[in-house]
Ligand binder design. Structure first.
Ligand SMILES: CC(C)(COP(=O)(O)OP(=O)(O)OC[C@H]1O[C@@H](n2cnc3c(N)ncnc32)[C@H](O)[C@@H]1OP(=O)(O)O)[C@@H](O)C(=O)NCCC(=O)NCCS
Length: 206
């Protein structure tokens, strides 16, 4: 497939939508929201980064240092794209959207997103997904973008469906949360599907 665009993940674009834009992190400006995201037990549960409330560790200097080191180096990463999701009306960061696990030979990667509570439930998530996924296909020449969403997160699943992801399978009992096994639903979107609906499968013709 030599006609494929060679993906250049070292470019960090600003992607402008109607209500949100995605841009590289501005650590000093974004730190309060990123800190709250990392500390939010519900976000930890929904993203699978926690096995239960007992997992919670206090936010100490070391955690702050790790957070600053992580977000302060996202612009240097040549194999993934991490962008802040910003509400255009206020200019405030409300979360992050990420293309990671890039598989260059297969022109594919993974998508993940997390919004802080104040940014949830207003359509920002599905718009941010459309922006970064659209860039993944049109700007990076990807063929496939996939994600995992836990069965206990129907809001995220719905947001992904609205943006054009389709369910392709289930990783059964992939997460143990508070001694309960939870399925991980695998969803994906392919370049020809994006070509057809540009992230609006429910209103696209034919
Ligand atoms: C998941 C997330 C990115 C979605 O973004 P969002 O801006 O909240 O979602 P949107 O408003 O774009 O869309 C949510 C959709 O789910 C629907 N929804 C909300 N709660 C729901 C529920 N319990 N069951 C089914 N659908 C639900 C909404 O009505 C909306 O659909 P509609 O527009 O057809 O009415 C965001 O909520 C988030 O980051 N949550 C915390 C972390 C997380 O879950 N990350 C994803 C891990 S896979």
């Amino acid at each position: 497939m030599s006609d494929h665009l060679q993906a250049d993940f070292s470019v960090k674009p600003t992607l402008v939508g109607e209500r949100v834009l995605l841009r590289p992190f501005l650590l000093d400006q974004d730190a309060p929201v990123l800190r709250s995201l990392l500390q939010d037990p519900e976000v930890g549960r929904l993203t699978g980064s926690s096995h239960g409330p007992a997992d919670r560790e206090p936010w100490d200097e070391a955690a702050e240092e790790r957070m600053r080191a992580w977000y302060g180096t996202r612009h240097e990463q040549a194999d993934r794209l991490d962008l802040a999701v910003v509400e255009r009306a206020t200019g405030a960061c409300v979360g992050e959207a990420v293309l990671n696990e890039w598989d260059s030979g297969n022109h594919s990667c993974n998508f993940r997103i997390a919004l802080a509570e104040a940014g949830q439930g207003q359509g920002f998530g599905s718009e941010a997904a459309r922006l970064i996924v659209g860039y993944g296909f049109a700007g990076l020449g990807l063929h496939r973008i996939s994600l995992g969403v836990f069965a206990f997160n129907p809001r995220a699943r719905r947001a992904y469906e609205k943006a054009g992801f389709v369910v392709e399978g289930v990783r059964r009992d992939a997460l143990l949360y508070e001694d309960v096994w939870v399925d991980d639903i695998v969803m994906s979107i392919l370049a020809p599907e994006w070509e057809r609906h540009h992230g609006h499968p429910e209103t696209a013709q034919g």
